[in-house]
Design a protein around this ligand. Structure first.
Ligand SMILES: C[S@@+](CC[C@H](N)C(=O)[O-])C[C@H]1O[C@@H](n2cnc3c(N)ncnc32)[C@H](O)[C@@H]1O
Length: 254
């Protein structure tokens, strides 16, 4: 078990803020995202989203005023990027406690207002989280035993656009058929130079299957944006409205 996040140093302590960030980053044995926390201080993740993901993932340049949900945020690269692009409110969720602990280090280091919750995609509902102008669902679908349930939950909290990326499986022999290849016991995954076994990879859909799943849960204007890395889709709700925080007066915790 890792030590919990210590408090950042008060301004008048001798330990500088940068030293504190470096110590918190060093305490963590694993990082997924590379995130620049201060000039020249980058988390040692094996995935560099600026190079590998941002050019393909359809993230709007200008996110001014948006209420954004980042599902499976890991250390929060896309949440902080949404905030940087002007989002009014960003909610980040991940079902793995270590992800949220590392997210909290980055949040403190960046002085970010993004809120991160240890929450499973299956627990999303408009009563508890409200609705979102933009939902980011990157790199999670193939980790799920119940992908359609997750997409139904996502549709229920979407009031605008959903952006989805997933690892996929394409085969010319399949033609136009919607297919997902099922891996009951995981696959070899992880950093290309140092692959690890990942027991949490279950369904690898082809692009037709992703499109049909998005349509199945009621989303419209489904468009494939990229076939690398994995497959990337954008979809819209039928009738758009402004993303709205949950209404506490309706006692959503009851
Ligand atoms: C491959 S990483 C993707 C991180 C980031 N979204 C990206 O694209 O760079 C998958 C993340 O999804 C999280 N995750 C897996 N299953 C989840 C679930 N059921 N609900 C919420 N998060 C989940 C994992 O803990 C992990 O942090």
């Amino acid at each position: 078990m890792n030590a919990p996040l210590s408090n950042p140093p008060a301004a008048d302590t001798t330990m500088g803020f940068r030293t504190w960030i470096e110590a918190e980053v060093a305490k963590e044995p694993y990082w997924f995202h590379r995130i620049e926390l201060a000039p020249g201080l980058v988390t040692p993740g094996w995935s560099d989203p600026y190079k590998e993901k941002v050019p393909y993932y359809g993230l709007p340049e200008d996110m001014t005023g948006m209420r954004v949900l980042d599902i499976g945020c890991a250390e929060g690269f896309f949440s902080f990027e949404a905030e940087r692009r002007g989002a009014k409110e960003v909610v980040a969720i991940d079902s793995f406690p270590d992800s949220i602990r590392r997210f909290n280090i980055c949040r403190a280091a960046l002085g970010s207002k993004v809120t991160g919750f240890l929450t499973n995609v299956y627990d999303l509902s408009p009563q508890t989280f409200g609705t979102f102008d933009l939902v980011l669902f990157y790199g999670v679908l193939y980790h799920l035993r119940h992908p359609i349930l997750a997409l139904q939950k996502i549709a229920s909290v979407s009031s605008g656009t959903v952006l989805l990326q997933t690892a996929n499986y394409e085969s010319e022999a399949i033609g136009d058929i919607s297919v997902a290849k099922f891996h009951p016991f995981g696959i070899q995954s992880g950093p290309p130079k140092n692959p690890m076994f990942d027991p949490t990879v279950f369904f690898l859909p082809n692009a037709n299957c992703v499109r049909d799943m998005l349509l199945h849960v009621g989303l419209k204007s489904v468009e494939c944006l990229s076939m690398i890395p994995g497959t990337v889709f954008r979809a819209e709700v039928e009738t758009k409205s402004v993303g709205t925080p949950p209404d506490q007066s309706k006692a959503p915790w009851c």
